[in-house]
Design a protein around this ligand. Structure first.
Ligand code: PMP
Length: 357
């Protein structure tokens, strides 16, 4: 078996130790004599697993009292609908930093007035725009941001302080660094980057926000349904939640988001250094002060070079370096499970490729 250097943008690399543990206990989960995919979501054993998952997340992110952790399906894309169906009464403000915030805003327009409080759209989403004085209009229900922009490779360095509830799509940098939960009223993350397989979304939601949600929304799309039923109103994605449980245990052993932030900083620096020292052969898409530690986006001198780069990278067991179809170019995604060894190998490959071409 040869494991590749996996730079996929999501679904993406998972910690090897977790994959091995999942494999080892796949036929007999915790002495039950059954696989995790064979046990009832109403069983005590599952309830215990889900509770442990929540408690570990609470510890890792220092989630204060007054916030609920819930598990939802439908991906990040359903959250584009749900946040607005539940909470958009008057106006929703959006910081438009890429394809995913654009989509969230478009979905929300079905439920009320939406507007861009700030945007970098006209500049190809190459930076995180500043929120200017007066950017948030009166009668605004919330400000929505995307903490890390998976496609364009930008990331908020610190979060805005605003007088309206702050909502965050933290899908692509969840648990890659500490996050001040108390500054947000609502956060969600699709699992399939840093924390597990596709099929589950983790949301952290303030009690007071849930209480004020629109009561006319169908039960399956209401956050209070998931809160009241502790995420088992219907059958939850048991395997995906179990997998998250294992990733969180791994994260805790490794030193949590604080240690991940240090590693991710070092990993990203290796690749950005190659870009910056390449005399313009590699050109980063993001402005330097908006650069993402998770998704590094760059171009080569021509698309022919880019095609050769992808082709040769695959021959050297690198996977996932092609940019998203909406932006083109190249992208390396360095989520928590991508090792420093893989990043060192990529940096070396990039240097060698430049020398040979
Ligand atoms: N938000 C962000 C930041 C994303 O990167 C993505 C894509 N993985 C989504 C939302 C949409 O997620 P999904 O494909 O699970 O609907």
């Amino acid at each position: 078996m040869q494991r590749v250097h996996n730079f996929n943008a999501g679904p993406s690399a998972m910690p090897l130790a977790v994959l091995q543990k999942v494999q080892a206990e796949f036929l007999d989960f915790a002495g039950t004599g059954m696989s995790i995919v064979e046990i009832s979501h109403r069983s005590e054993r599952y309830q215990q697993l889900q509770e442990e998952t929540k408690q570990t997340l609470r510890r890792l992110l220092h989630i204060p009292d007054g916030y609920h952790i819930i598990f939802l399906q439908g991906g990040g894309s359903l959250q584009f609908v749900m946040h607005s169906a539940n909470f958009l009464r008057r106006r929703g403000a959006y910081v438009n930093t890429g394809v995913w915030s654009d989509k969230a805003m478009a979905a929300a327009a079905a439920y009320g007035e939406v507007y861009e409080a700030a945007s970098s759209k006209k500049d190809g989403f190459s930076y995180i725009p500043r929120l200017t004085e007066g950017a948030i209009r009166e009668a605004t229900d919330y400000l929505y941001i995307t903490s890390n922009n998976t496609i364009h490779g930008t990331q908020w360095a610190s979060y805005p302080k605003v007088s309206v509830p702050l909502f965050g799509d933290v899908s692509s940098d969840f648990l890659s660094r500490p996050i001040p939960i108390e500054r947000f009223d609502f956060l969600f993350a699709g699992a399939q980057k840093n924390i597990g397989p596709a099929g589950v979304v983790v949301a952290i939601i303030k009690d007071s926000l849930v209480a004020g949600a629109n009561p006319d929304v169908p039960a399956m799309l209401r956050y209070d349904t998931y809160v009241k039923h502790d995420s088992v109103y219907n059958t939850p994605p048991v395997f995906a939640i179990y997998f998250i449980h294992e990733v969180l245990q791994w994260l805790e052993r490794e030193g949590g988001p604080e240690e991940m932030a240090r590693r991710n900083e070092r990993k990203a620096a290796m690749i950005y250094e190659v870009i910056d020292d390449s005399d313009g052969f590699y050109r980063g898409h993001a402005d330097k002060n908006s650069r993402s530690r998770m998704n590094i986006t760059f171009n080569l001198p021509t698309s022919a070079y880019e095609e050769a780069f992808i082709r040769e990278s695959e021959q050297h067991h690198f996977v996932g370096l092609k940019g998203h179809r909406s932006l083109g170019g190249c992208r390396a995604s360095l989520y928590n499970a991508v090792t420093e060894e893989s990043c060192t190998a990529l940096a070396q490959f990039m240097k060698t490729f430049r020398k040979n071409h």
